[in-house]
Structures are given as structure tokens and as C-alpha cells.
Design a protein around this ligand. Structure first.
Ligand code: ADP
Length: 795
């Protein structure tokens, strides 16, 4: 749409009648030059009539644009007289015509012409009166129009120029009206309004509301765009990256990687289900952008599937004499466990396919549980893996996390299998007694599935998401204590106890195994270092106090380290002999005093023997009697069972008050305080009853307890001594502590076979049935003392 250059209306002679051209969706204002495409028969006829006459025609809008064949009533009665500037007949019969609006006219009457609309029309001129108000309205309309054009991209910015050049309010109003994007009805309203001021007001109002709408539209567009941009940004960047990578030839690298993976999947010997899964995952990976987090997850997963052993196995060789040789090669003594292992292997060999129970080595740290496992693997020609279950409280540590978790990995079992690299390793599960259960699930239930031959054919790991067959694996477990292991697990196990070594055994193990091993590990030669037997004994007795040989090995390692330094520094061929005197140079001051026994026989102090997870331990028990009101106080780390024992001991002492010549109300007039000074280790096993009772009776009767004596046994209220567990461990502990007299329950006589012969030789055992016997052996006569408060002296 153009605006005519002419400033004044042409002095046209308007004929009485005019052909009329109905316009579907357009209102033409005076002075506008508009191209029109005319196709309707009646309209073409009107144009032809106009051309034949004066080239003048009346343009009036239809009320409804969709009406094809409008009637008189369908046409607005105010229109615009127009002059035809150009007319062009197009090949399809339609006409393109360029018209210029001249002035407003009102239709008076429709003539009965059939071919086209012919009307009688009269002047419909605008009224304009110059006023300050008019100017002001005009200026704001112009300013608003400028803002409107800026916001509306569909109006060419030059239109603003055509207005600023004008000063005729009427023209300005018409130009704006024609340029604004409005509904036909609104435009017609503007055409109908004769008063220029009113028209201008109307325009201003429309402009203001249009601007408001446009602003909101713009804001919404902006918001939508930022949203779109954010989501599209990543996409574009990814695409760009792909393009860059393509340019750099990286894509090839990726496809090489994919090809390699394909190859590996083919060769991994996976079961069909797993293979299909791996291939599907690989196809997914191919489609991903290689640097995306998603791709990294997929790659790691595939890596796990590929690296896990699916069919690779070692061939079992079970040759009993050979296995025996290997076990002996690797371990000193341990005759019983070795025998049990060989029997186990023999059964395995005979009943191929039948896998039997799971071996479980139970014993304190450093007694060779792990290394026995390793030897079994060696003797069978299998690979060996070890995982520790100590502190595992989450089921996911056994079964893994689902892949949807960030940084998810398979559980320890599958990790172990990957490390093993074969489907039939010897798999050592260390510290099964240290698993804990909490809200994250019960790991022992998962472990049960691992160990159960009925279920472990299809072990499910959350990460792996495909079943894994564990049937070929030979599981061995280890534990320090038996009782914390959940019952259902115990039921599947064959328990082999390793209770600890005597000093003699330790010396042998050190000389034959630990010293040569450490010398080699430190890059030394045999000649570099010699540890005298006496020095070794000193290390065992004064630097370590343990059932196993872990600290012993550590001490030897420390010596070797220091020797290595000396060898390197002195550069000459060094030969160092470690003697009992020179040990201090390497290991600093001794940590323990050998012969823990007290210097003299004490009242209210007895030595007991406890069985803990680090083996046997000496346990001193103190009882103090003070005048009071009969309170029983227990301090130190007394387990629940020991508290019970303490109460039973008091009960027994009361029942024997008469025999023991105690005042019958001694328990009422005194407070009894039982204390276990060496309380660092949890004492388990109800075996301190006679020790507490002895200390108590000693305290109340003022009879000292023999210091060269240690005892173990549980007590009933009637003073019967009940059997205990872990006799061997306890005897070893007494021996380590330099105590050679032991009181133990008669019923434990049957365990004496377990006790090494050389120990039996040096020790005296008192097997007792009642507390009275204990008292006879343990309590010495009371020394004469002043202020005897509790009992009448016998001696
Ligand atoms: P555990 O698993 O019971 O805690 P390890 O098997 O780790 O103990 O043993 C600790 C160290 O002591 C290892 O170097 C092991 O070889 C050595 N060892 C333990 N018992 C013996 C033994 N009877 N003969 C030889 N070496 C032993």
C-alpha cells in the first residue's frame, strides 16, 4: 500500500452514478494507492464499466469477507471514491488493478443494473477544525504510531517518514488508519468517522491498546525464545561438537572403539542372554554423543560385561599328596586344619559336581586363614581372590547399585569375579562375622544367595542386571568368632578352627617362613641379616602379644627395613645379627612385660582367662569391699554375661557364708565393687564366673589369691563349675603370659587333646567340678591382720 504524493484532492468531476467494487477484507482510505486483484464476475464488469467511463469507481467493504456474492445489505454504505491508475488483465481472467483513493463518499442508492453494482453516491467529506487540542492529539498519535511501527515488524519503517512530512491532520489520520493492522470493522469505523478530531482520538486509543498488546506479545515471545534457546542450545552445541569431531577425525576413533567392543563382545564367551544385552547396549552407545555422561555410563557398563569372566576357567587338579605337599610348603604346623582341608578336597574329588559345604576358617587374626585359602587355590590350580566383608552393612555392597545411580558399580562379589578373571576361582570371603545389618538391608541375606548352591547359579547383581553363574566358584570364608555369623550362614559352612600358636610354633614359623619372606621382600640376601633365636623369643614375648603372627611379621619387617637402610648407606657387604640386646635398636622399647603375674599374692584380685576375637587373653578381676549398704557395682568393660556372672558369684558367696566363716550379713553392710581393669577388649563367652567368685571371696575373707594361677569356668548359684569354650586359646594365652597353673572345669578335660603336647608338659591343670575345689586351690590362708571385719580367721 502506498500513499499518494499529491497533497490536495483532485478537482474531479464525479459522475452521478458510479460502478461499485465490493472489497472482501480491505478498507481503502483516501490517498492510498493500493493494488487489487479482482476475479469475481460482477467486480470485473464494474471495473470494465469504470474504464469505459471516467476511470472512477467506488470502493466499499463487505461486512463479511467470506460472502462470495454479496447483496446490497452486505455492503457498508460508506466507501471511497477511487481512480484506476493501472489495469492489467492476467491470463487466468482475473484483473490486477492499481487504484488510488480519492475521497470518502456515501452510497445513496443502488441502481437496478444487473451486470454489476451501480450506485448513486454523494459527498461524505471530513470536518476538521484546527485547534490546540487537535494538534496535541495529532502529535501524540504520531509519536504512538512511531512506537507502534517499531514494535510491529509488518509495517515498513518508511511509513513513519510519510507522516512526519505531513501537517494535515486529516491525511495523517487516514495514513495511520490505513497502515494500522486492524480488523475490517475497526477500519470501517475510522472511515465512517467524519470528524477528524474524533477520528484522531479513536486512532490514538487504538494505537495505545495495540502497543500494549504488542508489548505483551513481545515479552511472551522473548520468554518462549529463552526457553527454546536453553533446550536447543545443548542440542546445537552437541551437533557442533559432533561436526568438530568429524572434522578432526575423532569420529573414526569412536567407531574404532565401537568396533573393538563389538569384537570383544563376540569373544567374551557370554551366554546368549548377556550377549544380546551387550549388543543392544552397544547399539545404544553408537547413537549417543561420545562425550555425553550417558555414553560414559554405557561404556563403563559394557566394559564390565566384557571384562567379567563368562566361560574362561582353569582346569582343576586335585591330587591329594600334591596338595598336602603344597600346604606343608606354605605352612608350619596347623596339622588338624591341614588334615581337614585334605579330607575336604578328597571328598570334592570323589563327588565331582557335588560341591559340599563352604569351608570356614575361624580364628584370631594372623593365624594363617587367608594364606591357607591361597594354598588351596594353588594346590587346585585355581586363581585366588579375596574380599573383605568387614564393616559391610549395606546389601548394595554385595549386590551393587542400580545403574541409574550416579557412579554405580557392581557389588563386591562381581568385582571379585572380574579380578579373578576365571569363572572358577577360590574366592575367599574374609571376616564374615563382621557384617552388620541395618536399615539398608541385610547383607547376610545377599551373601546367603551367593553361597547357596541352589541359588547361586543365577546370582543377580543390581548393576549387572543379568544373572551371573557362581556355581563353579569355590567359596571359602573366614571369621574371628563363630557366634556373630548368622545361623543360616553357619549351617552352610564347615567350620575349621585355628586357635593360635605357641611361642615355639611362632619361632618356627618366623624362622622358616616369615624371616625368609621378609628378607626377600626387602631386597636383602640371607646373609645380610640373622635374628638369633633368643632375640626372636624376645620379640615374640615382649614386642607382640597375640595368638597369630601378624605383629611378629610386622616386627620382622621393621627390622628388615632398618637393615636395608644400613646396607644401602654403608655400601659394604653387611652382615647384621640381631641379638636380644640389639633389638631395642630396631624395635625401640618393648611393649609388654613377659610374665604378667603380680609380684605377690593379692587379696581380692584373681586372674581369669577370656576368649576374644584376637584369641585367648588374660583377664584380671579386682573386687573391693567397703562398708556400705549392700550395693553391687560393676565397672570396666563387663559384658552382659559377666554381669550375670558377678551376681551369681555374690549369690554363691552368700550361700556359703557359713562355710567360709563370713559374717552372715556381709552383703548388707558392705558395698561390693567388681572391676575388670583390662577392659579394652569385649569379653564374650560366659567364663569368668569362678574368677569373679574367687576374687570376691578373697576380698571378703581377706585370703589372698595365688598369683601363679589363672582360671576359667562358669559358676551356678550352688557353686557348680560349668564347662567353657576356647580352652586351647585360653591355655595359650596363659602360657604367653607366663602363668603355668590353670584351673578349668572338669568337663573340659575332653578338650585337652587339642592342647599342644609341649604346653601340656610345662603346665599344671586343675580340673574342678565345684567352687569349693576352686577355693581350696586358689585361696591362700589369710595373713594375720588388724581390724578383721568380715570373717573369723581360720589360721
Ligand atoms: P589371617 O588371615 O588368619 O588373619 P594370614 O593368613 O594373613 O592370617 O597370616 C598372616 C601371615 O602369617 C601371613 O604372612 C602368613 O603366611 C603367615 N602365617 C600364618 N600362619 C602360618 C603358618 N602356620 N606357617 C607359615 N606362615 C604362617
Amino acid at each position: 500500500m502506498k500513499i499518494a504524493e499529491k497533497t490536495k484532492s483532485k478537482p474531479l468531476t464525479v459522475p452521478d452514478t458510479l460502478p461499485l467494487l465490493p472489497l472482501r477484507d480491505l478498507v481503502v482510505f483516501p490517498h492510498m494507492v493500493v493494488p487489487l486483484f479482482v476475479g469475481r464476475e460482477k467486480s470485473v464488469a464494474a471495473l470494465e464499466a469504470a474504464m469505459a467511463r471516467s476511470r472512477l469507481i467506488l470502493l466499499a467493504a463487505q461486512r463479511d469477507a467470506t460472502t462470495d456474492n454479496p447483496d446490497i445489505v452486505d455492503i457498508y454504505s460508506i466507501g471511497t471514491l477511487a481512480e484506476i491508475l493501472q489495469l492489467l488483465k492476467l491470463p487466468d481472467g482475473t484483473i490486477k488493478v492499481l487504484v488510488e483513493g480519492v475521497r470518502r463518499m456515501a452510497i445513496r442508492e443502488f441502481l437496478p443494473t444487473q451486470e454489476f453494482f451501480e450506485v448513486v453516491a454523494c459527498e461524505y467529506e471530513s470536518h476538521a477544525q484546527a485547534s490546540v487540542e487537535m494538534t496535541a492529539t495529532m502529535r501524540s498519535a504520531v509519536a504512538q504510531f512511531e512506537a507502534y511501527v517499531k514494535l510491529n515488524k509488518r509495517i515498513p519503517p518508511e511509513t513513519v517518514l510519510s507522516i512526519t512530512n505531513q501537517d494535515d491532520p486529516e491525511r495523517i489520520a487516514d495514513i495511520i488508519a490505513s497502515q494500522m493492522i486492524l480488523k475490517v470493522k475497526d477500519k470501517q469505523d475510522l472511515l465512517d468517522t467524519r470528524d477528524v478530531k474524533t477520528r484522531m482520538d479513536l486512532i490514538l486509543e487504538k494505537l495505545t491498546s495495540e502497543i500494549e498488546i504488542l508489548k505483551i506479545e513481545k515479552k511472551i515471545r522473548g520468554e518462549v525464545r529463552t526457553q527454546m534457546e536453553q533446550t536447543q542450545r545443548e542440542y546445537y552445541l552437541n551437533e557442533q561438537m559432533k561436526a568438530i569431531q568429524k572434522e578432526l577425525g575423532r569420529r573414526d576413533e569412536d567407531s574404532v572403539e565401537i568396533d573393538e567392543m563389538k569384537e570383544k563382545i563376540a569373544q567374551a564367551g557370554m551366554p546368549e542372554v548377556v550377549k544380546t544385552k551387550a549388543e543392544r547396549e552397544l547399539r545404544r552407545l553408537e547413537k549417543m554423543s561420545p562425550m555425553s555422561a550417558e555414553a560414559a555410563v554405557a561404556r563403563t557398563y559394557l566394559d564390565w560385561l566384557i571384562e567379567l569372566p563368562w566361560s574362561k576357567a582353569t582346569e582343576d587338579k586335585i591330587d591329594i599328596p600334591e596338595a598336602e605337599k603344597i600346604l606343608n610348603e606354605d605352612h608350619y604346623s596347623l596339622d588338624k586344619p591341614k588334615e581337614r582341608i585334605l579330607e575336604y578336597l578328597a571328598v570334592r574329588k570323589l563327588s565331582e559336581g557335588h560341591r559340599g559345604p563352604i569351608l570356614c576358617f575361624v580364628g584370631p587374626p594372623g593365624v594363617g586363614k587367608t594364606s591357607l585359602g591361597r594354598s588351596i587355590a594353588r594346590s587346585m590350580g585355581r586363581t585366588f581372590v579375596r574380599i573383605s566383608l568387614g564393616g559391610v552393612r549395606d546389601e548394595a555392597e554385595i549386590r551393587g547399585h542400580r545403574r541409574t545411580y550416579v557412579g554405580a558399580l557392581p557389588g563386591r562379589i562381581i568385582q571379585g569375579m572380574r579380578k579373578a578373571g576365571t569363572i572358577n576361582p577360590v574366592f575367599l570371603l574374609d571376616e564374615v562375622d563382621k557384617m552388620a545389618m541395618d536399615f539398608r538391608g541385610d547383607p547376610s541375606a545377599a551373601l546367603l544367595e551367593v553361597l547357596d548352591p541352589e541359588q547361586n547359579k543365577s546370582f543377580s547383581d543390581h548393576y549387572l542386571d543379568v544373572d551371573y553363574d557362581l556355581t563353579q566358584v569355590m567359596f571359602i570364608t573366614t571369621a574371628n568368632l563363630l557366634h556373630p555369623i548368622p545361623r543360616p550362614l553357619q549351617d552352610r559352612m564347615e567350620i575349621i578352627s585355628l586357635s593360635g600358636y605357641t611361642d615355639d610354633e611362632k619361632e618356627n614359623i618366623a624362622q622358616k617362613f616369615l624371616i625368609p619372606k621378609q628378607i626377600e621382600e626387602h631386597g636383602l640376601k640371607d646373609k645380610h641379616v640373622k635374628i638369633e633365636p633368643k632375640a626372636l623369643t624376645r620379640i615374640i614375648r615382649e614386642y607382640t602379644r597375640e595368638a597369630g603372627v601378624r605383629n611378629l611379621e610386622r616386627s620382622i619387617s621393621t627390622i628388615c627395613r632398618k637393615v636395608a637402610r644400613e646396607v644401602v648407606e654403608s655400601k659394604k657387604k653387611h652382615e647384621i645379627t640381631v641379638t636380644p640386646q640389639t633389638i631395642v635398636k630396631y624395635l625401640e622399647q618393648p611393649k609388654y612385660r613377659y610374665g604378667q603375674i603380680e609380684e605377690k599374692d593379692e587379696i581380692g584380685y584373681a586372674t581369669g582367662l577370656a576368649w576374644t576375637e584376637v584369641g585367648g587373653e588374660l583377664l584380671s578381676i579386682e573386687v573391693l569391699i567397703t562398708p556400705g549398704s549392700g550395693q553391687l557395682t560393676l565397672t570396666g568393660k563387663l559384658g552382659e554375661v559377666m554381669q550375670e556372672s558377678a551376681r551369681a558369684a555374690v549369690g554363691f558367696a552368700r550361700s556359703r557364708a557359713n562355710v567360709l566363716q563370713l559374717a552372715p550379713d556381709f552383703h548388707k553392710k558392705n558395698d561390693i565393687h567388681v572391676h575388670v581393669p583390662e577392659g579394652a577388649i569385649p569379653k564374650d563367652g560366659p567364663s569368668a564366673g569362678i574368677t569373679i567368685a574367687t576374687a570376691l571371696i578373697s576380698a571378703v575373707s581377706k585370703r589372698p589369691v595365688r598369683r601363679d594361677l589363672a582360671m576359667t569356668g562358669e559358676i551356678t548359684l550352688r557353686g557348680k563349675v560349668l564347662p567353657i569354650g576356647g580352652l586351647k586359646e585360653k591355655v595359650l594365652a596363659a602360657h604367653r603370659g607366663g602363668i603355668f597353673n590353670i584351673i578349668c572345669p572338669k568337663e573340659n578335660e575332653r578338650d585337652m587333646n587339642d592342647i599342644p603336647k609341649e604346653i601340656q608338659k610345662v603346665m599344671t591343670f586343675h580340673h574342678v567340678e565345684t567352687m569349693d575345689e576352686v577355693m581350696k586351690i586358689a585361696l591362700l590362708p589369710a595373713k594375720p591382720a588388724k581390724g578383721e571385719a568380715f570373717g573369723k580367721k581360720k589360721h
